[in-house]
Write a protein that binds this ligand. Sequence first.
Ligand code: 3HC
Length: 300
Amino acid sequence: SEKIKKDYEKTSNEISTSLVIGNGVMGKGIIWLLSKYLKQTRIKLRNLDKAQNIIGDVAKLYDYFLKSRKMTQAQVDLKLSSLSYTQNFDGLKNIDLAIEAIVENKEQKEELLKKLESCMKDDAIIASNTSSISIEELSKNLQRKENFMGIHFFNPVNKMPLVEIIPNSKTSKKSINTVKQSLIKMGKMPIVVGDCAGFLVNRILLPYLNEAAFILEEGSNITTIDKVLKDFGMPMGPFTLADNVGIDIGYHVSKILNESYGQRMPISNVLIKIYEQKLFGKKSKKGFYDYTNNNTIENK
Ligand code: 3HC
């Protein structure tokens, strides 16, 4: 309502410039989203040679708007021209929000977050898109904990409205409101959730995906389970979803959930097996399905 909007505005800053670190599927989705709604988005790259590929993938996410005539090519080009690149953390002094979406490795994230804090202005908001690492833990070595939080997007970023915001115990109301308000302007539906393993969505989603794999172990098959859950009303079956999310990510989050909640959230042997075989899903052309021949990987 207007009142809620006004209250947010009173206690929040405007975000107009951003930085994204990490250019996997999530990173590129986040770059696309920020490029669409903010004035400038800077991309931290390890190697500038990658810039063309990234811009190409981000540009593809605008196709929907071109095809549906919601945007013109000139408007898309303008958005893409708001992207800039840095290899060395330079040009970050006027950035309002940085989101890291690098690999799920605590030490690497900690090092990066510290570095960001030293290169950015005092009131810049720094966020992690981690799906499993505790935000409290990640905040431990930071000086400005009040400006740090988790901002957890879902895949595909361009279509999934929900975004989890995970504060640490010192995150300020102002920075939460700033992020909330900004995400709302981007058409997202932010919710603030507690800092526990799996946050909210993955605590529900991963047991669902693992249970499907247990049913498979008990003798059912991939296509039947996927079809049944689709007929039930899910947008796609659990194995198709797991392949889309990435088996490596699914395995990693399942492991964290298992360590945190014990027997209540077991990892299926099938998931472990295909993870160990490096069948990571769509991105590696094979997961529960084999995308090279439109088949499943059963009995392998
Ligand atoms: N670019 C930008 N926006 C787009 C788009 C595109 N290419 N395509 C669609 N959209 C937007 C539009 O606003 C569209 O609505 P409109 O057509 O009315 O304007 C809206 O998205 C919905 O698009 P679709 O009608 O194409 O949506 P679908 O019916 O195909 O559903 C879906 C898409 C919602 C992604 C659905 O397939 C789904 O729910 N899939 C499951 C995804 C999921 O569960 N992801 C979670 C993974 S877990 C995770 O990521 C967390 C990690 O930590 C593990």
